[in-house]
Design a protein around this ligand. Structure first.
Ligand SMILES: Nc1ncnc2c1ncn2[C@@H]1O[C@H](COP(=O)(O)OP(=O)(O)OP(=O)(O)O)[C@@H](O)[C@H]1O
Length: 375
């Protein structure tokens, strides 16, 4: 099951030429199983064009890493295909593909005996002839990439002697050194402290905007996706995916379905920028949230129609009980129909207003209707 807006809908036809070249990277109808009879990914469809960022989210084991491997041809789709600028990637020579696509896998601790700079220089291999030495341009690209992710000071350290987070940054620098037009990153911020998370995400975001590249990022942080991505793909427990604009995909309802826990999205502004904070809710917090909503103070008008004059005494007694929050009251007879109409203005918590309205409606020959103000 997928969701498309009209502009996101994958185009039909098998010819690579039939695909609009504006969709820089596209997956159509992707399916994958590790073992027969057990589908891991089912009918995945998405596209991302430069300079947009697409974030892929889903619970642990939902298939994010598998999806990345399949989209890059590192594992074969059992159905469907990946396209780069409209061409099925199976038709591209590997060197040509990897010159345009930079892949940063999840960082595993390295026993690499190269220095950080040598490792980053390896990112230039798709631009170099086999067995040729790096040229000045390659050296410059490696140094720029090191500076861009803020690890120039680590350039001469051995990869086996740096921290997991520093190694993660080195892998990102290696991908950037290739000057790709599509960056694919598997959980790039997972090993990083929040300053480095910020640095990596804003570097990727700036690169996409300034150099016109596209990025696909696996992340466990919906807030990060809301902050930097224009597109999102959410993997669901039934192996389907929801794809579209980030705000349309990362809703409370879709996140609840994907992570099987209720969530609350709190949106706020810092300066002129919009942010979202996503809170998974436990049972007690759900009750608390409901309670807070109940406790919220509102102004409301309760219109009371009294058909039975004998009810007047009960109504007066009840309104007296609530006199501390009644800020206005007016009554008048409507002789043509032999009824009375009372209007009460109340400033009280929601639960108190609905309690008064409910009690009024319980009296025989009395009906009550509440209208809440917008403030
Ligand atoms: N090599 C493999 N052979 C068989 N099954 C695998 C293999 N790799 C992953 N799986 C299974 O495929 C499913 C998807 O795994 P994958 O690593 O893609 O999920 P993920 O969403 O990236 O998870 P996480 O968020 O924990 O990193 C999981 O159930 C996993 O156990």
């Amino acid at each position: 099951m997928k969701m498309y807006s009209a502009s996101e809908c994958p185009r039909g036809g098998n010819s690579a030429q039939a695909v609009n070249s504006a969709a820089q990277f596209e997956v159509r109808g992707g399916c994958f199983s590790y073992s027969a009879g057990e589908e891991n990914l089912c009918d995945i469809n998405f596209s991302v064009s430069e300079p947009d960022i697409l974030c892929i989210l889903g619970a642990n084991g939902a298939g994010k890493t598998t999806l990345m491997k399949c989209m890059l041809g590192l594992r074969p789709w059992s159905a469907g295909a990946s396209y780069l600028d409209g061409v099925d990637i199976k038709r591209l020579r590997p060197k040509e593909f990897w010159r345009r696509v930079g892949y940063v896998p999840q960082a595993k601790l390295s026993s690499f005996v190269y220095t950080v700079r040598e490792m980053v220089l390896l990112g230039r291999s798709a631009h170099m002839n086999e067995l040729s030495m790096p040229k000045e341009r390659d050296e410059r690209a490696a140094d720029e990439a090191l500076a861009l992710v803020g690890i120039a000071h680590l350039r001469d350290k051995l990869c086996s002697k740096i921290s997991g987070g520093e190694y993660q940054l080195a892998l990102i620098a290696r991908a950037l050194a290739a000057e790709p037009s599509l960056l694919v990153l598997d959980e790039p911020e997972s090993n990083l402290d929040f300053k480095n998370q910020r640095r990596v995400l804003s570097t990727i975001s700036t690169l996409c905007k300034e150099r016109g590249i596209a990025a696909v990022i696996n992340t466990h942080y919906p807030e990060h996706a809301m902050d930097i991505s224009q597109r999102a793909l959410l993997l669901m427990p039934d192996k389907s995916a929801v794809f579209g604009g980030t705000v349309n995909v990362l809703t409370e309802e879709n996140l609840r379905r994907a992570f099987e826990i209720p969530v609350h999205i709190h949106r706020f502004k810092v300066g002129k920028r919009d942010y979202a904070s996503i809170l998974p809710l436990g049972e007690s917090e759900i009750k608390q949230t409901e309670r807070l909503i109940e406790m919220e103070t509102r102004i409301a008008q309760i219109g009371i129609i009294v058909e039975d004059p004998a009810a007047a005494e009960n109504i007066n007694r009840l309104l007296h009980e609530y006199s501390d929050c009644i800020i206005g009251r007016m009554g008048m007879p409507y002789r043509e129909r032999n009824i009375s109409i009372i209007s009460v203005i109340i400033d009280a918590p929601n639960e108190k207003i609905s309690a008064l309205s409910g009690k009024l409606g319980m009296f025989p020959g009395v009906s009550a209707k509440t209208v809440y103000s917008k403030i």
